[in-house]
Design a protein. Structure first.
Ligand code: SF4
Length: 373
């Protein structure tokens, strides 16, 4: 089984912290929709397995409107076989959510919504350039809850000016909404963003490492007490409500990514569309796929495997690794593996796999780096 990802690169405006490839709403949108369908036709045989999940992400897909998204899904169903699909997710922003919008998506076969809330505190939202208020996000989440039984809300912690108390208020409101799935990310300052420039200019102070860690532990403990399972570094789900689409990335399931800057994996080779809308449109409109093959040797594949597995609660299954075509490389990390286990940076989980204890997930990059070839 495989996944289909569709990237929508447009946003109402640019959030201060965002370094994704996205741009303001533009007159290229109609051409872009045509290009997605044309790209689907060009690449329809690239992934052999039937699709099990569809994910429309961005950017801000909801900016296209529900009618356009429904028509896009309908046209893609004429290109691909969708009969095995059981999860169709659309990312939305609070300012686009209305009952009519949600009902139209539902009729089009969408059965999961993912919404960026980030915080319910208006000052924190303004500090990172989000367009919505906390109460708008809460009302939008209530509307989603009325229409969909499967949905996810995103939050960011470590926001400028955020305290443990204000984070606690946001989490309390999140829990009132009883979302089956929550994602929680530590704010990162990416070079080239407005937020990074403001930080460098001394306009505000970054939360300290200690506070960031306390926030992370607070989120983990509170959500786990509320019945969520922390199944991936940034993701929490009620039992059985893990994101199937995103889980397939961590499980090396093949996926086809359509649209500018989208990535694909056919089970062996990784490909990506470069992040250049003008070039993407011109290539597809001339009947050429725009993807570039990521030349991966066994070491790259080994590293990808280690990185994706150690980001999850399932962890690293050494027997499974040994059976992979690149498994012959495993002896090269035997020594650091032993050292990480001795120091407690890796532990043996319930399933017998090696896992990073949740208390160290926030700094998991340092653990993973030790195992990278
Ligand atoms: S809505 Fe999402 S993709 Fe768009 S600018 Fe904000 S963070 Fe970036």
């Amino acid at each position: 089984m495989a996944g289909l990802y569709i990237h929508i690169p447009y946003c109402h405006s640019k959030c201060a912290y965002c370094d994704f490839y996205s741009m303001p709403q533009a007159d290229t949108m109609p051409r872009y929709i045509e290009a997605l369908v044309a790209e689907a036709l060009l690449r329809k045989d690239e992934v052999a397995q039937p699709f099990k999940t569809i994910y429309i992400g961005g950017g801000t897909p909801s900016l296209l409107g529900a009618g356009t998204l429904a028509r896009l899904l309908d046209r893609l169903s004429g290109v691909f076989e969708f009969s095995a699909v059981d999860e169709v997710t659309v990312e939305v922003n609070p300012e686009d959510v209305t009952p009519v919008f949600l009902q139209t998506l539902k009729r089009a076969g969408v059965n999961r919504i993912s919404m960026g809330v980030q915080s319910f505190n208006d000052g924190e939202l303004r500090a990172v350039g989000r367009r919505h208020t906390g109460s708008q996000a809460f009302d939008a989440a209530l509307a989603i809850k009325e229409s969909f039984d499967n949905y996810s809300l995103d939050l960011i912690f470590g926001l400028p000016g955020q305290t443990l108390g204000s984070l606690g208020s946001t989490i309390e409101r999140m829990l009132e909404l009883e979302a089956p799935h929550l994602s929680a990310y530590l704010l990162s300052y990416e070079l080239g963003t407005r937020l990074y420039a403001a930080l460098m200019a001394g306009k505000f102070e970054e939360v300290s490492d200690e506070l960031a860690y306390d926030m992370y532990i607070y989120v983990h403990d509170t959500l786990c007490r509320a019945g969520y399972r922390h199944y991936e570094i940034s993701n929490y789900a009620k039992p059985g409500r893990e994101s199937r689409h995103n889980s397939s990335y961590w499980d090396s399931v093949p996926y086809l990514g359509l649209g500018v800057s989208a990535h694909s994996f056919d089970g062996d080779t990784r490909r990506f569309n470069r992040a250049n809308l003008k070039e993407y449109l011109s290539a597809i409109e001339s009947g050429r796929a725009y993807c570039t093959t990521d030349p991966e040797n066994d070491e790259n594949k080994f590293n990808d495997y280690i990185i994706t597995r150690l980001r999850t609660a399932r962890g690293l299954d050494m027997t499974d690794l040994a059976g992979r075509p690149f498994g012959y490389l495993a002896p090269q990390v035997e020594k650091p593996l032993h050292e990480l286990v001795s120091s407690g940076a890796l532990i043996v989980g319930d399933s017998g796999n090696l896992v990073i204890p949740h208390t160290r997930w926030l700094t998991s990059d340092a653990v993973i780096r030790e195992l990278i070839l």
